[in-house]
Design a binder for this molecule. Sequence first.
Ligand code: FCB
Length: 421
Amino acid sequence: MSKIFPPKADSPPVKKFSEGFLWGAATSAHQVEGNNHNDWTQWEKENADFILKGYPNPLQEENYISGKACDHYNRYEEDFDIAKSLDHNAHRFSIEWSRVEPEEGKFNEKEIEHYRDVICALRKRGIEPFVTLWHWTLPLWISKNGGWENRKTVRYFARYCEKVVYALREDVKFWITLNEPVVHAKISYLEGRWPPQKKNFFSFLRVFRNLAHGHNLAYSSIKKIKPESQIGIAHNMSFFEVERKNFISLLVKWFGEWWKNYRFLNAISKCQDFIGFNYYSHYKVGWRKYKIKTEEISDMGWAMYPKGIYLMLSALKKYRKPLFITENGLADARDQYRSWFIIEHLKWVSEAIKDNVDVRGYFYWSLLDNFEWSDGFWPRFGLVEIDYETLERKPRPSSKVYAEIAKANGINETTKVKEEK
Ligand code: FCB
């Protein structure tokens, strides 16, 4: 029997969404495609050795190596059939830079054709593609030259974007240049947990600046190719709430929001047609930052706090741009909380819309279980379960609940958290 949360006293009432609202799920190339050759694939072996030597761990090396992943590179038609059967009318995925430009300036036309086929497969099913141009992985020739720390990467990135956008311009309206740039800069260059594992504040600042320049340059190049293109980033943002209203707490909140949410958005403010918002976390702050204390935590230990999506969307209203929730989801292998999670977040999204916040779409993370970076395959984020032995796809009960919402373009009185059989 699945755990079902009692209705929350502060849950907003049930709602319809605006006409043409986009309902979908997201993936990224490295996490689902399989058989990639980039800075991550190179690093994964070292990471696995380090983790497995470090402390007793029930997981095997395969958990930490992306390998064949979900083989989505070959099975995308099957996966889009599933998305279609679940009433999705939009889908976010990423193009793998290392496939398209495996060597400096040498573009692989066959790989570009592959992505054209992927986009056509979505269009044929009536699914709007949201195409991410960079979701964290780098071609080896870029990472060997310092990745985003090197100023030259800005131009290389814009050139790669130009090449891809020119080739696919007829079939794509929405482009996401960068996925979570601040997360990449922070975890890879400040915390040193992801490749290239640096812990240097100045490197962090350089990466941050180059990513912003990379976006801005790519934005102008794409606009020159096709002015009607809609371009943004997928930005991980957290709502910071004060524990008590005092000077220190308010200062920590102001700084936290500026540092994590607004600094990057402000650096690219003239080059955005929409804001893509990835929502996973909400913090309470006092003299320092606290994670929200709640019993409702996912398999990753992340607190679930649906109201935070409303608070954050309301805070983003000041940018006067269309907003898309480009990621929101949880690791939940037993599918205990996912239906509740989706329903509650969407109720709060509808509440934001009621307050005239211009929200135009929602992408659950993720369509499929996939390779969750340094944690590997164990976290199960998918609407669809993957058996990594057989690669069989099995939609989870919660995927049907989300499908009902997408089909009805809203949450009806009858939309219920489904119990596991
Ligand atoms: C986001 C990433 C995405 C996935 C989810 C769980 O920060 O953009 O690739 O790992 O977290």
